[in-house]
Design a protein around this ligand. Structure first.
Ligand SMILES: Cc1ncc(COP(=O)(O)O)c(C=O)c1O
Length: 351
């Protein structure tokens, strides 16, 4: 019963097979190999536009290097309070940006609102040279609260960005989960809605270590490659990162994996919702659940061997909150066992 994180999931067999297949003979290094070229062509096709794709090994590198390319050292990036870039990357974005700030804003469900961007920009203009200059907005899809921005919501943020001369970055660590939830195209969820740069994640969804920074306007990518090299994130044997994407994007593996994770998250949410003892803190839309539950349930689940993390307290909710994450490798048995332990603990609570 592992619901700790989709980072704890194994890699898909198809990805490992692709690595073995790529492990044949010599190939040009640093991304000049035919596998990287094939992945770039496939991404163009999938996103329906000529984009510039740069594979990297971690999501933190993808986000930090992407933002550093968009923002000056005296600049700033507007993001949500819980954004991974603001809370879980040990200052890597600020480090790679050379000192630019993150302006992180409160929200109810992980989503930024266009009005918040307008308000920050009004203040930034008033402060003149004394204030950092916001140059980009970063949104996370799916959000750190497991919610999903619709294409319309992204388009509204994109319009606010354009109105203020800001660039729009998307941390797409769980882009596939969001896309499957919405049933839309990759284009609708990215460049068509105004996203300029996407950190396109695969690691959480079946890859071993594969992320790609996608620039929808290649002119914005200026300097990215040197930053990546300077930051130590240009893999000499890049074919092994690309090989993972090669398999990830074939036969819809990425969508099948995300669909599976989302379905099991919904099964878990339905089962927990029926208990009457717990409360969903956010609407379950992708593969993460945030659940307020009595401490006795948490103890019973941990005692039964379930792995999951307690999360930050949520104002107005007097129960502890836990995060449950499903992955491509989660089984229905794991979900059902978790639900039966939770049901037994709920009955004890009611007795
Ligand atoms: C929203 C989000 N962005 C990015 C990342 C990527 O982080 P890492 O550098 O660990 O690959 C994560 C991983 O937990 C994440 O949850």
């Amino acid at each position: 019963m592992n619901f700790a994180s989709d980072n704890t999931a194994p890699a898909s067999p198809e990805i490992l097979a692709a690595l073995a297949a790529a492990n044949q003979g010599a190939m040009p290094s640093y991304g000049a190999d035919p596998i990287t070229a094939r992945v770039r062509a496939r991404l163009n096709e999938l996103f329906g536009t000529e984009l510039l794709a740069h594979p990297v090994g971690t999501g933190t590198a993808a986000n930090a290097l992407a933002l550093a390319t968009l923002v000056h050292p005296y600049g700033a990036v507007i993001c949500a309070e819980e954004a991974h870039i603001a809370t879980d990357e040990c200052g890597a974005p600020e480090f790679f940006m050379g000192g630019a700030k993150l302006i992180s804003l409160p929200n109810d469900d992980g989503k930024l609102l266009p009005g918040q961007i307008d308000a920050v920009m009004a203040r930034a203009r008033d402060g003149g040279v004394h204030h950092v200059l916001p140059e980009a907005v970063s949104i996370t899809q799916a959000t750190e609260w497991g919610t999903v921005y619709t294409p319309d919501e992204i388009a509204a943020i994109g319009a606010a960005c354009r109105a203020h001369g800001l660039r729009l970055h998307m941390d797409g660590a769980r882009f596939a989960n969001a896309m499957v939830h919405l049933g839309c195209t990759p284009a609708a969820l990215s460049w068509q809605a105004g996203v300029d740069v996407l950190s396109f994640g695969a690691t959480k969804n079946g890859a071993l270590a594969a992320e790609a920074v996608l620039f929808f306007d290649p002119a914005m990518a200026e300097g990215f490659e040197r930053r990546r090299k300077r930051g130590g994130h240009l893999w000499s044997k890049l074919r092994y990162v690309s090989a993972q994407f090669d398999a990830y994007l074939v036969d819809d593996l990425w969508l099948r994996n995300a669909g599976h994770a989302n379905r099991l998250a919904a099964r878990l949410a339905d089962g927990l919702g029926a208990l009457g003892t717990v409360r969903m803190v956010q609407t379950v839309q992708a593969n993460e659940l945030f659940v307020a539950m009595p401490a006795s349930l948490i103890t019973a689940l941990h005692d039964a061997g379930a792995h999951f993390y307690e999360w930050i307290a949520v104002p107005g909710i007097d129960l502890p909150v836990v995060r449950l994450v499903t992955a491509h490798s989660t089984t229905a048995d794991e979900v059902d066992k978790f639900l039966s332990v939770a049901a037994a603990a709920s009955r004890r609570l009611a007795a």
